[in-house]
Design a protein around this ligand. Structure first.
Ligand code: MF3
Ligand code: CO
Ligand code: CO
Length: 248
């Protein structure tokens, strides 16, 4: 069931989402060659605490990190470690917080130093596909409209859409109905109600869409070890379109 938010619940979502956007921004500013993903996690941890919020990821289904740090071929759910970033890497930072009973969830993939032209193109097209997905979302449209817009943008540019992970409804829980695939047919799927909150997140691969999970049971990597990018916003759905809540 897709949960429709009351005015008070929307205020709660706005607050949680502004915080998570601040945390992502602050953490992203520190992305540079030589920093470890653990150090990035610790920067996010301090910022989350400074707002009196909590990580929505730590302990979620046993996840051991405060944020997700996904380097190069890691699609999502990279666990912060002693891995040092190097010039030319890309890193997806995914942050979720719980504040006053509500969750916010946002992700962005950053360049580490100077990256290759093909990596740059992957980041640009992935971010563009999220924008196209957001633009195709409004009250009374269907879930398939979102995935269809994302998939068309990605495939036209020679990249592929991950099938194994999807966007989601969000609210008091990190993951609520509906599931939002990043592929599909326009006009298909359930109708999107006004005043629901969705976390739309694209996971885009340079090569094959197929992924595998490493032995830590979390880290999702591309099957061909080529690059992958992740961008995510939590939005409020209105008649005229979405309001992006994860901005600051
Ligand atoms: N980042 C995922 C999302 O955006 C959820 C992470 S689950 C966790 O929906 F367990 F890794 F935290
Ligand atoms: Co996320
Ligand atoms: Co999410």
């Amino acid at each position: 069931m897709i949960y429709v938010k009351s005015a008070d619940e929307i205020t709660g979502m706005r607050n949680a989402c502004r915080i998570v956007a601040e945390v992502l921004k602050e953490t992203g500013k520190n992305v540079q060659p030589g920093i470890t993903t653990k150090e990035l996690e610790s920067i996010a941890d301090k910022k989350i605490k400074s707002f009196g919020a909590k990580s929505a990821f730590l302990g979620y289904r046993g996840y051991p990190g405060i944020i997700c740090t996904s380097v190069n071929e890691v699609v999502i759910h990279g666990i912060p470690s002693s891995q040092k970033l190097k010039n030319g890497d890309i890193i997806g930072l995914d942050v979720g917080v719980l504040y006053n009973g509500f969750c916010g969830d946002t992700a962005k993939t950053f360049a580490v130093g100077k990256i290759s032209d093909s990596a740059e193109k992957l980041l640009n097209i992935s971010e563009l596909s999220l924008k196209k997905g957001l633009e195709s979302c409004s009250a009374d449209r269907r879930i398939g409209d979102i995935g269809s817009a994302i998939q068309a943008t990605v495939e036209k540019n020679g990249f592929s859409v991950v099938r194994d992970f999807v966007g989601h409804g969000i609210g008091r829980n990190l993951h609520e109905d509906p599931q939002i695939p990043n592929y599909g047919k326009a006009g298909s799927g359930v109708r999107i109600p006004e005043n629901c909150c969705l976390a739309i997140e694209v996971m885009i691969n340079e090569g094959t869409w197929q992924v595998k999970i490493l032995d830590d049971n979390w880290t999702a990597v591309t099957s061909d070890n080529k690059l992958s990018a992740h961008f995510e916003h939590t939005v409020l759905v209105k008649r005229e379109g979405v309001e992006i809540l994860t901005v600051c």
